[in-house]
Design a protein around this ligand. Structure first.
Ligand code: ADP
Ligand code: MG
Length: 326
């Protein structure tokens, strides 16, 4: 299971069986769980009275323990209802952000056990990603995971994390940049879901792309008059409005490289840097980083599922990988 700030994924028998936004809907009066994942996400921003939506993870850590437990339970239940033969007492590997504290690790373990996990192991995210490479090799590899709330930069070698750095600038910040830009420049009020759509359709980390997307038509209310407007948005303008945030990610990678011991640094230059998480899908990002940092950035095969896939491999090699946490 990959518990992400934006999306949570469960892999069972090598297949993705749950892939849902990390949101729950809760009834205010009773604190009862009403919906998990997509149906809860659909309520976000339009919650009916008496209902709140909660994203249990924020900035890569559990911000709401209760909601996190409800979410884990709800998602594990989705698997069992889809497959009646799914054993309720399972062996689980849960991925946790590399900066997790003891308390957070315990909370994830408790929640997973309450959800039916019998044998629960944890794995740090960069290690899960590294499984796609050769984590046990005596070689330095750098991994950059751009999720919803945090960008995690880690250097791994010999089955361990040599160094890691986490900044709270990631996919959600790009979405916020776009939301503010639409209001300020176009007087158009857009919600986060629409801003995210703009990012996915015409987001770009470069002001010039070889294979540019068509302008994306955005409709919404004028901020002043509340009358409906239609604005075509180009990737060039989005590249400008997210420039600052992208530069901060770039600076964090450079800072991490600066702190890397020379031998590992040489390995990284030779191996390239591995880019994962939903943010890796941003147009031009890998090229921009490659041009600026002069080390090749390689996008993971399926960036949104790379952590979960690695976690699945860990599950099948429980006894082999010493970096799994009991
Ligand atoms: P987390 O691990 O924190 O749950 P994910 O790896 O699932 O995060 O990535 C989620 C982030 O990736 C969100 O901010 C989302 O908007 C962003 N994202 C998803 N698809 C794209 C895309 N095609 N282009 C740019 N950003 C994307
Ligand atoms: Mg993630």
């Amino acid at each position: 299971m990959d518990l992400g700030t934006a999306n949570s994924i469960i892999i069972h028998n090598d297949k993705i069986v749950v892939d849902e936004p990390s949101v729950v809907a809760i009834e205010n009066k009773t604190d009862k769980l009403l919906a998990v994942g997509t149906p809860a996400h659909q309520m976000e921003g339009k919650e009916p009275p008496g209902i709140r939506t909660v994203r249990p993870l924020r900035d890569g850590v559990i911000a709401d323990f209760n909601a996190a437990e409800m979410m884990i339970r709800g998602m594990v239940k989705m698997v069992s209802s889809k497959r009646h033969w799914f054993s309720p007492s399972l062996r689980m590997v849960v991925c946790i952000p590399s900066g997790s504290t003891e308390v957070e690790i315990r909370a994830v373990r408790d929640s997973s056990e309450h959800a039916g996990g019998r044998d629960v192991y944890m794995i740090y995210e960069p290690m899960a990603l590294g499984i796609g490479l050769d984590v046990e090799a005596p070689e330095g590899n750098m991994i950059v995971d751009i999720g919803g709330g945090t960008t995690e930069i880690a250097v791994i070698s010999l089955g361990g994390i040599v160094s890691n750095k986490s900044i709270r600038i990631a996919g959600n910040d790009l979405t916020t940049d776009i939301q503010e830009h639409m209001g300020r420049v176009h007087n158009l009020k857009v919600g986060t879901t629409m801003a995210e759509q703009i990012k996915i359709n015409v987001g770009s980390a470069l002001p010039v792309l070889e294979d540019p997307p068509e302008p994306y038509i955005v409709t919404g209310p004028n901020r002043m008059t509340a009358l409906p407007m239609e604005v075509p948005v180009t990737y060039e303008e989005i590249s400008h409005c997210i420039e600052k945030s992208i530069s901060k990610m770039e600076a964090a990678v450079l800072a991490a490289l600066e702190q890397t011991p020379p031998e590992l640094y040489a390995d990284i230059v030779r191996n390239g840097i591995y880019l994962a998480g939903g943010g890796a899908l941003l147009r031009g990002l890998a090229k921009r980083f490659t041009d600026k940092i002069r080390i090749e950035f390689k996008v993971a095969e399926d960036p949104l599922h790379a952590v979960a896939n690695g976690t699945g491999v860990a599950l099948k090699n429980i006894n082999r990988f010493s970096f799994l946490i009991r």
